[in-house]
Design a protein around this ligand. Structure first.
Ligand code: IPE
Ligand code: IPE
Ligand code: MG
Length: 241
């Protein structure tokens, strides 16, 4: 049976990471407030999740809010936090029904208490689900993640539980927020911007990058399938020939 993505199962990425960008531009094009773009963007989250589940991609990581996004006007930040809270309130039942394991990476302590508690509840509730691991990056910054890892490693060395000579790439990887999750094979960014914006710097060192001009609220299941097809056509060489 052919895969709904149009990609043979052995050519699918195992982990897709998405920089969900362009909500503000989508709203501006329609003369709507930016937050309306964010609201519509949360519908695209459902579409992408469904696309991964139908194709059989087991890991999806979504960049929802960066450390740097706190600089935005307070009303936009407040509205985004409210959206997160509503997203969790409305979708937890669906997450459970669809057997999705929710995770989050970033400085979750920065989030408003209500949203953080809801997030932690859904994460705990869904911890044994197996169909898809959905990770939300919230108050996330890749450099901060590396700093946090360096501090933890230094603490272990100081405590005498880690020998500096044994530190290798696995030591670093296992101290990142993403410990235990395979590195993304495919990184998708919407809205045409050709940059990484401090997302998963360590983890994407060999990811294939697909940038689409589509704005995030317009991004549909077929668009993620198209990105998977593009990924399947790439020749990953990892420095070889
Ligand atoms: C992405 O859309 C959502 C977040 C960063 C929270 P933007 O809000 O960045 O949309 P543009 O880039 O201004 O169009
Ligand atoms: C990246 O988008 C962060 C998220 C998608 C959450 P931004 O819109 O914040 O990135 P820049 O400012 O264009 O680099
Ligand atoms: Mg943006």
């Amino acid at each position: 049976m052919s895969n709904p993505s149009g990609v043979p199962a052995d050519k699918l990425p195992r982990h897709i990471a998405v920089i969900m960008d362009g909500n503000g531009r989508w709203a501006r094009e329609r003369g709507l407030p930016r937050i309306e773009g964010h609201r519509r963007g949360s519908e695209s989250v459902r579409a992408c999740t469904a696309a991964c589940m139908e194709a059989g991609v087991p890991y999806l990581t979504l960049y929802a809010f960066s450390k740097e996004n706190w600089q935005r006007p307070a009303d936009e930040v407040g509205a985004l936090m409210l959206l997160l809270d509503r997203f969790l309130a409305e979708r937890t039942a669906e997450i459970m029904e669809r057997n999705i394991r929710l995770r989050a990476i970033g400085h979750l302590g920065d989030l408003p208490d209500k949203a953080r508690r809801r997030l932690e509840d859904t994460i705990a509730k869904s911890a044994n689900n197996t169909a898809l691991t959905l990770t939300l990056a919230l108050s996330y910054g890749a450099r901060t993640e590396i700093v946090d890892a360096a501090r933890e490693i230094a603490r272990e060395v100081k405590a005498g539980t880690l020998d500096p000579e044994t530190i290798d790439e696995n030591t670093i990887a296992s101290h990142l927020y993403t410990a235990g999750v395979p590195d993304p094979d495919l990184l998708v960014r919407t809205s045409g911007e050709m940059r990484i914006s401090n997302f998963l710097l360590w983890q994407i060192s060999y990811a294939e990058i697909v940038v689409t001009p589509k704005l995030w609220p317009d991004f549909a299941k077929e668009d993620l399938f198209a990105a998977m097809q593009e990924y399947a056509r790439r020749n990953r060489r990892y420095g070889g020939i």
